[in-house]
Structure formats: C-alpha cells, structure tokens
Design a binder for this molecule. Structure first.
Ligand code: AP5
Ligand code: MG
Length: 211
C-alpha cells in the first residue's frame, strides 16, 4: 500500500505513521525527519533547509522532491510506504502523482487548540528522534528516551512564534491539496483528535485493512 498522511503541525502524522508502519509492515518516510537528520549531520542540504525549518517556512519544492525521489528509490519501499508530511504543495502532489501514484491520502483533522497543546508538550529524543508528550505519552523515566537512553529535548521549531507560522502555512496549503486528492477519489478525512490507537484503528478501517 502507498499511503500519504496529510495534517497540520502536531496533528499526529508521525505518531500515526509509526503505528501504521507496524500494522502494515511498510516503512514510514517523514520529510521533516530526513531534513532534521541532514541538519544534525551538517550536510550542505542540512544547512539550506535548516533556515526554512527553523523559521517555520516550507522548504523549496525542488529540494523536497529530490529528497523524496532518492528515498523512494530505496529497496524497502518495494511493498509500499507511508509518506508523512509530503506532499505539502500542489506542485509536490502533481510531481509525486507522475512519479509513483499513491493509493490513499489520509488527512488528520485536528482543531488548532488541540494542536497547540500537543506541540507545547512534545519532547523528542536527542539521539533516535522518538517522540513523547509530557501529558499524553510520558517516558517511563522522565526526560530520558526509553529506546536509547538519551536526553529528551524540545524541537527547535516548537516555539510559539514558529508554531503560529507553521499553522498559518498549513491552513493556506491544506485546502488545495485536499481538493486535489478529493477529485481523484483518494482523500479520507479522519478525526485526529482522539487517542492515538483509536485513530490508527479508524484509519485502518477506512483503508479496508485487517486490524
Ligand atoms: P515536519 O517534521 O513534518 O513537521 P510538521 O508537519 O509541522 O508536523 P510535526 O512533526 O510537528 O507533527 P506531527 O503531525 O508529526 O505530530 P506528532 O505525531 O509528532 O516538518 C518540519 C518542517 O520541515 C516543516 O515545517 C517544513 O519546514 C519542512 N518540511 C517537511 N516536509 C516538507 C515538505 N513536504 N515541503 C516543504 N517543507 C517541508 O505529534 C505531536 C505531539 O502530539 C507528540 O508529542 C505526540 O506524542 C502527541 N500526540 C500525537 N498523537 C496524539 C494523540 N492522538 N493524542 C494525544 N497526543 C498525541
Ligand atoms: Mg512529525
């Protein structure tokens, strides 16, 4: 299955991508995660994209598309994949439709007030990148990753100013993107405000997958 996950910042794309990846045995691919790794490694791409990400702006389409094409060429995508946070513009959507058309597009619908609570409480592992939440998904030992033992930190773009900017951009881009996939009969809008496992099950049901 080739699945695209749309949704605002903090709507739970990464959380659902991880749960669905396990349930469907296909890799989840987050453009945001790929870019953050490039920033941490100090690569040329990392230096360029860091400025956009830290300002809460979209990375230019050419860089995003090149990154996605390279990742989709990896062998682990042979049986499908989950794209988390890509496409975000109709230019990206049209390009990926030509490159490798997806089966379904799930849009996680979450009110802005819920998103703000999720983002202010999110903590990520400074080592492996695993995501936690101080209220909804706390690590067993507070502040320490359960997987790799490294320190949990706040993502640089989770400050109130950048979150506002990310939400504003999302609201501008979301409608044309959803319309694009609605016309193709691929869009599935899912209430993303409940608990994570309930949302996962709603998505799997919508896709006609076994739970
Ligand atoms: P990206 O990393 O994709 O950021 P984003 O879209 O802003 O989304 P987030 O990762 O912040 O949130 P999420 O939806 O994954 O939520 P999560 O599961 O973590 O992109 C970062 C930047 O990279 C962009 O701003 C842009 O600059 C650039 N970029 C990336 N892709 C691009 C593209 N295609 N084009 C151009 N630029 C691009 O959940 C959030 C928190 O809530 C967590 O703490 C989690 O534990 C908690 N939580 C999740 N689900 C639930 C639930 N159901 N109940 C309670 N808590 C929950
Ligand atoms: Mg994410």
């Amino acid at each position: 299955m080739k699945l695209i996950l749309l949704g605002g910042p903090g709507s739970g794309k990464g959380t659902q991508a991880e749960l669905l990846s396990k349930a469907l045995s296909i890799p989840s691919i987050s453009t945001g995660d790929i870019f953050r790794k490039a920033i941490d490694s100090g690569t040329e791409v990392g230096k360029v994209v860091g400025e956009y990400i830290n300002a809460g702006k979209l990375v230019p389409d050419e860089i995003v598309l090149e990154t996605v094409y390279q990742r989709l060429a990896c062998e682990d995508t042979a049986n499908g994949y989950i794209l988390d946070g890509f496409p975000r513009t109709t230019i990206q959507a049209e390009a990926i439709d030509t490159f490798d058309e997806c089966d379904y597009v799930v849009s996680l619908e979450v009110p802005d007030e819920v998103i703000e609570k999720r983002l202010t409480g999110r903590r990520v592992c400074s080592g492996c990148g695993k995501t936690y939440h101080i209220l909804y998904d706390e690590a067993a030992v507070v502040g320490i990753c359960e997987v790799c033992g490294k320190e949990l930190v706040t993502r640089k773009d989770d400050n109130p100013t950048t979150v506002r900017q990310r939400l504003e951009i999302y609201h501008k881009q979301a409608q044309p993107l959803k319309d694009h996939y609605r016309k193709k009969g691929k869009l599935r809008e899912i209430d993303g405000s409940g608990d994570a496992k309930t949302i996962r099950d709603l998505i799997l049901k919508e896709l006609g997958a076994e739970i």
